[in-house]
Design a protein around this ligand. Sequence first.
Ligand SMILES: Cc1cc2nc3c(=O)[nH]c(=O)nc-3n(C[C@H](O)[C@H](O)[C@H](O)COP(=O)(O)O)c2cc1C
Length: 512
Amino acid sequence: MTDNYNSETAWAYHYATKHSYTSIRANPHFLDRSNQPLPFKIYPTLEPLYLPVEVRPTGIAALSAIAESVPAKTNAVPDLEGVAQLLYLSAGITRKRGYPGGEIFFRAAACTGALYEVELYLVCGDLENLQAGVYHFAPAEFGLRELRTGDHRRVLLEAAGGESAVAHAPLTIICTCTYWRNAWKYQARTYRHFGWDNGTLLANLLAIGTALGLPAKVVCGFVDGDINRLLDVDPDREVAFSLVTLGHIATLPPQSPVEFSRLFLETVPISSHEEDYPLMREMHAASSLHSAEEVKRWHAQAPVPTSLPSAGPLVQLRPLSDAAMPRDPIEQVILRRGSSRKFDRTPITLAQLSTLLDRANRGIPADFLAPMGSQLNQLYLIVHAVEGLDSGAYVFHRDRGTLECLKQGNFRTQAGYLGLEQELPADAAVAIFFLADLRPIFEQLGNRGYRAVQLEAGILGGKLYLGAYAQRLGATGLTFYDDDVIRFFSPHAEGKSAIFLVAVGNRARRKS
Ligand SMILES: Cc1cc2nc3c(=O)[nH]c(=O)nc-3n(C[C@H](O)[C@H](O)[C@H](O)COP(=O)(O)O)c2cc1C
């Protein structure tokens, strides 16, 4: 059995999956379009239970929904319409685009390569118009397929080491990730994408949860094998990555059926053949937890120290006043979001940037972030065009609401290079890098800290997307040259690792 606290595997995975100028050229990867994975998991023998398609207006401004969360013990239970809304606005199909080889079904949250490797499963007690069961969400039909009948929440509670949010949640959504669906394009780097792509989806889910008045919590600590068995997924192909509790009730779930059996349900193969990247499965095994006691100990870890000294000149953020704050509701913003394909190099304002950073960084309710408000990733910015802020490199002090200038200058060319030689981070108004010191994270959270730090980055990145689109700006997630990013922000960033990148700016209008 692997030991979560022997972090050699996580370091080895991290190093082996870094991108660099030379690694990209040494390992050209050609996509076999004839073997492209299906973007959906299909259970051909199960009839879907169709979900209501009407999107109920929440009236909650996106900039509030991404910033706030409902207090943990607020009694609230989603009904079927609420469930539909949570699913549609986090993982539903919101746009379609034809291309010569077929059709892309774009989803509510951004995802690397539009490959959508994250599947959602529901585990609930009796809800209004939805009976207790374990369900798979099928975005193509916008329906649920019942995998198990009856209340199985006790299985989750035990697997999550007694975590209180799981104990009192009428509904928990399990997010799984399917290796090959993303590795077809991204090879072994896919395990990082699990965190990123699961994270952007969770940013939407948390925001909708808030808008519907549901307390929510992201749970990363659970006995992997127990959750995978409950869903009866093949763990060599698909693994549970995170849980999200939604709602709160005082009563605890009843005892589950003592033994639940294998389901042996047929699923449609996603490709004619799959390639295996053992490094990812090793990473997953090394970050797995094996017993409720181990989960309890993991949950009891002291917070990860992430203090950030400041020495350079500081600029105070100045978010928009309440009166000037855009109030577009969260569902509208999610439906108009899409990754910007081109930025026009025009400036955004310091108030817009301040609002974005302030609203996206107010804290995530997650079991690996105790006390609420702590954060594993630190934000470093390359500012190209922000009115009221000199161009240059900055680090964000979220506790003080300030930006510390690390160096001044025009770094558009460097930003483009760091973002894997793409134009987007060069043309944006600002490129926001997420960096983390993995050493204390591995010390406190072990290899599982690697899952947590990637997931947190995805959630924060997803909030940046929503915060940008709420202000009618554009945004896109991006990949990067790992060590060059650290060199660029050093000496301040020395010893840290690059985790994620989001570019924000004004979208270039398409020529008509
Ligand atoms: C973590 C992450 C990394 C991404 N990296 C890139 C990238 O390097 N280059 C790019 O053009 N788009 C990138 N994207 C954008 C995706 O291609 C886009 O999300 C996907 O095609 C779905 O489209 P949508 O975001 O418009 O819904 C990234 C998105 C995410 C979430």
